[in-house]
Write a new protein. Structure first.
Length: 241
């Protein structure tokens, strides 16, 4: 999210929280929500804030707004992740369809070639970038570090909460407007994800770009429109100064 933070920093006060890494007790969604609340409280006090989340971060933003009504002024969900088995099956099927035999073999080979789980996850993400994208300006995602255990623990807890019926039902308490920004070439099926959220999120807007994958701020054809829409939406819902 660093490129988005830099782009918006001239007009908005930006905080880019770094999630805690693995170690000790397993990470949970509740743990991430408490950490996020502490960061927001430390820098913004009781002032409601906009939450702009990408992928897993979009899911976390929704979970935070549901857990802390009144703390979010607005939510922007970029390339949001899945909240039901049908959408996840579509996502997995799309990824498989886009992989050729060479890429499948390379992905499978990493499990035997790379012992370090963090490095293995980093390399897999790099290999899948083309599958997730349409026409990128750059392939540099500016990832500072990869924590495979944190990734696994956090996602497993999110899946548990979905199986238990907590999400997306809990999003009915979200009292802020929500904007979904999604690429049609993103293997995460945006329209299915929107459909799973609409019964629970009362103020949901959706915009989709045809020539766009998972990272709209890096896509040649849409990055300018992405930033224009993001700025306009945030500005129109900011507190008067």
């Amino acid at each position: 999210m660093a490129p988005i933070a830099r782009e918006l920093a001239g007009e908005f006060r930006i905080l880019e929280p770094f999630q805690r890494g693995s170690g000790g007790t397993p990470l949970t969604v509740a743990c991430h929500l408490e950490d996020l609340n502490e960061v927001i409280g430390s820098f913004a006090g009781e002032t409601p804030v906009h939450l702009v989340g990408f992928s897993w971060g979009a899911m976390l933003a929704l979970a935070y707004a549901a857990a802390r009504p009144g703390r979010a002024r607005g939510l922007v969900l970029i390339g949001c992740g899945t909240f039901d088995p049908a959408a996840r099956e579509r996502f997995e099927a799309t990824v498989k369809e886009r992989m050729d035999e060479r890429l499948r073999a390379r992905m499978d080979g990493l499990d035997n070639e790379i012992a370090d789980a963090d490095e293995r996850l980093r390399l897999k993400a790099e290999l899948l970038l083309a599958v997730y994208s349409y026409d990128l300006v750059t392939t540099d995602l500016e990832n500072e570090r990869v924590d495979a255990r944190a990734n696994r623990e956090s996602w497993e807890d999110m899946l548990r909460l979905q199986r238990e019926g907590v999400y997306p039902a809990a999003f009915a308490t979200v009292d802020a407007p929500v904007l979904m920004l999604h690429g049609a070439r993103d293997p995460h099926p945006g329209r299915m994800i929107r459909a799973s959220l609409e019964p629970h999120v009362p103020h949901l807007e959706y915009h989709e770009w045809e020539s766009c994958g998972h990272y709209p701020w890096l896509e040649n054809e849409v990055r300018d429109d992405f930033y224009a829409r993001l700025r306009s939406w945030l500005s129109s819902r900011s507190a008067p100064t």
